[in-house]
Design a protein. Structure first.
Length: 157
């Protein structure tokens, strides 16, 4: 049951992130902006996205680390995602990628903390033009795979 909830949460996060629309801060509800300022004092949002399910995501630097935070329309902090070095991923994650994605390279890594404090890890793996996001639990056990679709206007090498 616990894995089902984690998988469902991860799926919703990944789908909504892929379907986000860039918006101006003036279009973000005041409760969301206030919550952002309360949780991340002195941080300035570089960009805001409105996700299909009505959530709002701010992208910003926090303590010199690329970070994003997702909020409900009412301003509740739902999730924080911070970029980490690939070397900071649990060994089980890198072992999984090596075993199951031969020829792929981990291009980016992140740790994700939800509103309850539960931690997950994300590894973005690439090979040629293919990009795949892999989600793992706090111990590095595989949860979910999502194949990235290129955004309009993106030029893939």
């Amino acid at each position: 049951m616990k894995n089902t909830i984690i998988t469902a949460t991860a799926f919703v996060f990944i789908v909504n992130t892929a379907c986000a629309k860039k918006i101006k801060e003036t279009e973000v509800p005041k409760a969301v902006v206030t919550s952002f300022q309360t949780h991340f004092k002195e941080a300035k949002a570089k960009s805001w996205d409105k996700e299909k399910d009505g959530r709002y995501e701010a992208e910003f630097d926090w303590n010199k680390v690329e970070t994003s935070a997702t909020f409900s329309a009412g301003g509740k902090l739902l999730e924080t995602e911070q970029e980490i070095k690939v070397s900071q991923l649990p060994k089980t994650v890198t072992d999984y990628v090596t075993k199951n994605y031969s020829g792929h390279k981990i291009a980016e890594a992140a740790k994700i903390k939800d509103a309850t404090g539960k931690m997950t890890y994300e590894a973005e793996v690439k090979k040629d033009k293919e990009e795949i996001d892999l989600l793992f639990d706090d111990k590095g056990n595989f949860i979910k795979k999502t194949v990235e679709a290129p955004e309009k206007g993106d030029k893939k090498d």
